[in-house]
Design a protein around this ligand. Structure first.
Ligand code: OSB
Ligand code: MG
Length: 368
């Protein structure tokens, strides 16, 4: 298909409650939305880059800049662009995976809509509902955390992930395990807040029967994770360190992780996400779908991805109301601890024009 126009929107959605991690605190969720328009179809993509470069080197303004300056011009000039060729057309640009992921997502959505095929079907989904977990931020006190977890469990979330950092690790984990019992599926995420020197401290988490510890060390410290893995009983799961199928294969070969968190935005898109899923499956490594507080657009794609067969653990694919009072699509709701995988053409959801107008802070259209 030929792309006639691309419209970029910067949006900002207030979060229902502040989200604090070892990286900082977020009150709003920003995103760049990419709308690809062809003669007979249109598609939507969402970039997961944040306000700052604390999670990865990308951030919202870098995404807008690289899209306009480097990624979109060759696409607008190309006669033919498809989901499977768009990565190649952007291949002259190093890195910027979050920006590339948003473009690929929009192209894939437009293409699949023109065929009437869903993301789930095109990627090889084997289920129409996915188990939903929730990522719980760092709180001011343990009682406040216990209240938040109680609320999520009452709604039916199937597993709890606690954000941790030095000074907020053993005590909150112990309190949640004691309050909710041994059956609670519980895991933690450090967002790279520790060093290998903390190994003995982190080993104390072994007492709490965690499903996994996510990204304890620096994203580039893959060998450190392998060393840490030898000192912990709790399985290590990597998030930030896994940026491609190749990095996943390397981390697995080094023994740096027994589980992988796959975020399409972080790895350059849904097609690379599927390749990581396949590499992990071939190595007996279970995966789950991470999240970046996506709007309903990214959530739709993530739910479809999480329906692939090796996504055997509940993901950070929570209902819309865990994040926003009003999502920009029809809201995703929790039903028996699961989200339905959209089955309509493409993402199966579209932005609601009124909400979109309300959250949009800038509209940019790079010239063809
Ligand atoms: O590390 O998984 C992470 C949100 C922003 C940046 C990094 C992370 C997260 C989450 C949120 O944990 C997961 C979600 O979207 O619910
Ligand atoms: Mg993480």
């Amino acid at each position: 298909m030929r792309i006639e126009r691309v419209v970029l929107r910067r949006v900002n959605l207030p979060l229902v409650s502040p989200f604090r991690t070892s990286l900082g605190i977020e009150y709003d969720k920003p995103a760049v939305l990419v709308q690809v328009i062809t003669k007979d179809s249109e598609g939507w993509g969402e970039s997961v880059s944040g306000f700052d470069a604390s999670y990865s080197s990308e951030y919202i303004e870098s995404t807008l800049d690289v899209l306009q300056r480097h990624l979109l011009p060759p696409l607008l000039a190309a006669e033919q662009v498809t989901a499977s060729t768009v990565a190649g057309l952007m291949g002259g640009v190093k890195g910027h995976r979050m920006a590339k992921a948003a473009v690929e997502m929009a192209v894939m959505d437009a293409e699949l809509r023109s065929y009437g095929m869903s993301f789930a079907t095109s990627m090889g989904a084997v289920t129409d509902r996915v188990a939903s977990g929730v990522s719980v931020g760092i709180m001011d006190s343990v009682p406040e955390l216990l209240d938040a977890v109680t609320g999520y469990l009452e709604q039916g979330y199937q597993r709890i992930k606690l954000k941790i950092e030095p000074g907020w690790d053993l005590a909150p984990v112990r309190a949640v395990r004691e309050r909710f019992g041994d059956d609670l599926v519980l895991q933690v995420d450090a967002n790279a807040a520790y060093t290998l020197g903390d190994a003995r401290h982190l080993a104390r988490l072994d007492a709490f029967d965690l499903l996994l510890i996510e990204q304890p060390l620096d994203e580039e410290d893959v060998r450190g994770h392998a060393e840490l893995a030898r000192q912990l009983v709790t399985p290590i799961c990597l998030d930030e360190s896994i940026v491609s199928a190749r990095s996943a294969a390397d981390a697995i070969a080094l023994g740096a992780c027994r589980i992988v968190n796959i975020k399409p935005g972080r790895v350059g898109g849904y097609l690379e996400a599927r390749r990581i899923h396949d590499v992990c499956a071939a190595n007996g490594i279970p995966v789950w779908c991470g999240g970046m507080l996506e709007t309903g657009l990214g959530r739709a794609g993530n739910a479809a991805l999480a329906a692939l067969p090796n996504f055997t653990l509940p993901g950070d694919v929570s209902a819309s109301d865990r994040y926003f009072a009003t999502d920009i699509t029809e809201p995703f709701v929790l039903r028996d601890g699961c989200l339905d995988v959209p089955s309509g053409p493409g993402l199966g959801v579209s932005p609601l024009p009124d909400v979109l107008a309300e959250v949009t802070t800038a509209v940019l259209e790079p010239a063809a």
